[in-house]
Ligand binder design. Structure first.
Ligand code: GBH
Length: 473
């Protein structure tokens, strides 16, 4: 077996929710099947040079056709939860509140939900994981226009009414910071750094809050919970300078606090108020009432750690990134941790415990909110070139999981953090956005040369046995 006796650091509650996460555009394919409309990532993939090797999501892991296989491997992996996202343009091809619903798209998700429940797996549905309908981008500039709030609410209501009898866990938006960054990197061709850097977060916060209000007003009888998913790595000073000490919190304020402070604490971070001035999103009293307390669960995606020397950013990204440069290399050229495939991914387990306890102290404790790790995982350099059967022997990914989950267990047992679940990113090898298929995160290999057959890697069995052992005492 992949798992052995090394796991002795602590236990987890019996009802701890271990599972896997994916996102629609990264796995589904079926991009023009049964009436799906195009999304902005289809458009980006069509731009020469945007995605590595000219890859696209037309077929991806073919989960639109092979979803029964996904449920089969989830069951074999002992997953209690499956976090997946809905493709907005599959269920409303043109996206807007007055636009037509695509029943074939609804049926796809409805069948998936039924099969999961039948297999004893709880669905956790992300409403928006970056794949904005192209029609909404063309119609009014997507997230930069206040119109999106009403369209997102209508789209969310459609999902609650069609799936909410069976889906009890909802995530509104995945990683608003990255949505903003992607807008600035070509999703919105005429992105305005001065204005959009602040107004897009305002619209995302309001869209999230409007969906939550709709759920709480009209769907409470369904008895589920709903929240937003935020991402943040750990930020650590490098050196003793005053600026190095300041910089990590400055980055956290724009990266995480710009979203988490209003949603959990009911105000913007002071640094954002000072930086944005009258460009800061303005909410009415009613809007503040809707925003504050609008997340039942703190869903955190976290992968790595970054250093700050105190060096200042001078380019147009400076406001978005809190003013300071980050690095993973010290002045002697030493990396902060062992490198994975995408540039940002270095193995720094202690940073994971630090970001968890930071969130615990600032957001969870004062509001009695539980934490779920909604994404954490690793991509091995050059894994995609290995081929069967070597790709299945992913011991480096096991090293990452063992170290990171070990820190999570310490946060639960030594720091008293109320952690309810851990969803590994990702169930399947899939298209890693701009990195294409070169960069794999799955605990299940998808053989794209052979009918997209699914093969469970060693790390999948390791996770299964780890969580069985940790939750059985
Ligand atoms: C997640 O994003 C996504 O939700 C998921 O779809 C994706 O496949 C997975 O991670 C693996 O990458 O933020 O510019 O300062 C993580 C997004 C992007 C977060 C890079 C860390 C570091 C540089 N990550 N980012 S930046």
């Amino acid at each position: 077996p992949a798992f052995n006796e090394e796991f002795t650091t602590g236990t987890l509650p019996k009802d701890f929710q271990y599972g896997f996460a994916t996102a629609a555009w990264q796995i589904e394919g079926g991009w023009d099947q049964d009436g799906r409309g195009p999304c902005v990532w289809d458009d980006l993939a069509a731009k020469p040079g945007y995605i590595a090797n000219g890859d696209n999501g037309h077929v991806a892991a073919n989960s639109y056709n092979l979803w029964r296989e996904d449920v089969r491997v989830l069951k074999e992996l002992g997953a209690k939860v499956y976090r997946f996202s809905v493709s907005w343009s599959r269920v409303i091809p043109k996206g807007g509140r007055a636009d037509e619903v695509n029943e074939a798209g609804i049926a796809y998700y409805s069948n998936l939900v039924d099969a999961l429940l039948e297999a004893g797996i709880e669905p956790c549905v992300t409403i928006f994981h970056w794949d904005l309908p192209s029609a909404l981008e063309a119609r009014y500039g997507g997230w930069s226009n206040r119109e999106i709030v009403a369209d997102f609410e209508a789209y969310s209501r459609l999902l609650f009414s069609r799936l909410g009898d069976r889906v009890k866990h909802w995530i509104t938006i995945n990683e608003p910071f990255i949505v903003l960054r992607n807008m600035s990197r070509g999703v919105k061709p005429d992105y305005d750094w001065e204005i959009d850097t602040w107004r897009i977060p305002g619209h995302m916060i309001l869209a999230h809050a409007a969906a939550v209000k709709a759920y709480r007003d009209d769907f409470t009888h369904q008895g589920g919970d709903i929240g937003i998913c935020l991402n943040c790595d750990w930020f650590e000073p490098l050196g003793d300078s005053a600026e190095a000490q300041l910089a990590p919190q400055a980055r956290r304020d724009t990266y995480l606090g710009l979203y988490a402070d209003p949603i959990y604490l009911g105000r913007f971070p002071q640094r954002c108020i000072d930086t944005a001035g009258d460009r800061l999103p303005q909410f009415t009293d009613d809007e503040w009432a809707m925003v504050k307390g609008s997340s039942d669960v703190f869903y955190l995606n976290s992968y790595s750690t970054h250093w700050f020397t105190g060096e200042k950013l001078t380019d147009e990204t400076k406001e978005m990134y809190g003013g300071y440069v980050s690095t993973q290399l010290d002045s002697e050229g030493k990396l902060i941790g062992e490198a994975g495939q995408p540039g940002f991914l270095k193995i720094v387990p202690w940073g994971f415990r630090n970001i968890i306890t930071y969130i615990h102290n600032r957001y969870l404790k004062p509001t009695s909110t539980p934490l779920v790790i909604s994404e954490n995982g690793f991509s091995i350099a050059k894994e995609a070139t290995l081929g069967l059967p070597r790709v299945l022997d992913d011991t480096k990914r096991i090293d990452y999981f063992r170290a990171y989950i070990g820190e999570l267990v310490k946060a639960v047992n030594e720091d008293g953090v109320d952690v309810r679940g851990y969803y590994a990113w990702s169930l399947l090898d899939n298209i890693e956005w701009m990195s294409g298929f070169e960069c794999l995160f799955g605990s299940v290999f998808v053989d794209r040369e052979n009918g997209h057959a699914r093969h469970i890697k060693k790390s999948g069995y390791w996770l299964k046995e780890y969580f069985e052992a940790a939750t059985s005492k």
